[in-house]
Design a protein around this ligand. Structure first.
Ligand SMILES: C[S@@+](CC[C@H](N)C(=O)[O-])C[C@H]1O[C@@H](n2cnc3c(N)ncnc32)[C@H](O)[C@@H]1O
Length: 206
C-alpha cells in the first residue's frame, strides 16, 4: 500500500496553483488548487477502503490539477468534468490533462443540459464539488449530482473550512441518513486551511 509520504511528495512535486493560497513547493506544473496535506490525507483515506474507484465527476475543474492527481492515484476509466471556463487558469487544462482521457462539459453545472449530459454517463464512484461556492450553488450541485453517486461511492467538498456556503451544506449533509460522514481534512501545515469534507453514500444492499 502506498504511504502518506509518497502521496504527499507526488502532489508537492506536481505543482501548486498559488503558493500563498495552497502552499506547496513551486507555482506551475498541474496548477492544483488544493493544499497538499489535505488532499494527500483524503486520497489515502479513500484508498484504505480498497474499493474500486473507476468513475469520477468533478464540478469546477479550473486547470485540472485535481483531475490529474485522481487519475494518477485511482484506476479511473471514466472521467467527466464540468467547468464554465471562467477561471483564467482553465486555458491550461488541455496541457495539464494531455495524457488523460476525459469528457468535458463547458458550462454551468446547474443547467438542464449539463445535468442531462452527465446523467447519460452516470453513475460515479467519486464526485467532487468545487465549482460555485455560494450556499445555493453548492446546495444545488448536491441536489442535482448526489443521486448520480454509486452506493458506497465518495462525495468530496473542497473549502469546507474556509467558505461559509460549503460549511453549511456539509453541516446539513451530516443529517442526511443516506450519507455517511467520513471525515474532514484540515491542513496542519497551512495557516489558512481550505478543508475537505468526505462523505460516502450508504450501501443499502449490504
Ligand atoms: C476552485 S476552482 C476548481 C479547482 C479545481 N477543482 C482544483 O482542485 O484544482 C472552481 C472552478 O469552477 C468554475 N465554476 C464555478 N461555478 C461553476 C458552476 N456552477 N458550473 C461550472 N463551473 C463552475 C470556476 O470557473 C473555476 O474554474
Amino acid at each position: 500500500m502506498i504511504t502518506y509520504k509518497e502521496i504527499e511528495d507526488f502532489i508537492i512535486n506536481a505543482g501548486s496553483d498559488d503558493l500563498p493560497t495552497f502552499g506547496g513547493k513551486y507555482e506551475g506544473g498541474i496548477h492544483c488548487q488544493q493544499i497538499p496535506d489535505e488532499i494527500a490525507s483524503y486520497i489515502l483515506a479513500i484508498l484504505k477502503f480498497k474499493q474500486k474507484i473507476e468513475s469520477y465527476l468533478e464540478i469546477g475543474v479550473a486547470a485540472g490539477g485535481t483531475t490529474y492527481l485522481f487519475n494518477h492515484f485511482f484506476s479511473l476509466k471514466k472521467i467527466v468534468l464540468i467547468d464554465d471556463n471562467k477561471h483564467h487558469k482553465a486555458k491550461l487544462r488541455p496541457e495539464v490533462l494531455r495524457d488523460v482521457t476525459y469528457q468535458e462539459i463547458i458550462g454551468r453545472s446547474e443547467t438542464e443540459s449539463s445535468v442531462e449530459t452527465v446523467s447519460k454517463v452516470a453513475p460515479f464512484d467519486l464526485i467532487m464539488i468545487d465549482g460555485d461556492h455560494s450556499y445555493p450553488g453548492v446546495k444545488l450541485d448536491t441536489v442535482l449530482y448526489m443521486p448520480l453517486l454509486n452506493p458506497g461511492g465518495f462525495l468530496i467538498y473542497h473549502d469546507s473550512n474556509k467558505v461559509w456556503g460549503v460549511q453549511r451544506v456539509v453541516r446539513e449533509l451530516k443529517n442526511d441518513s443516506s450519507m455517511e460522514f467520513i471525515d474532514e481534512y484540515i491542513s496542519k501545515q497551512h495557516p489558512r486551511p481550505c478543508g475537505i469534507a468526505l462523505f460516502r453514500k450508504k450501501d443499502r444492499s449490504l
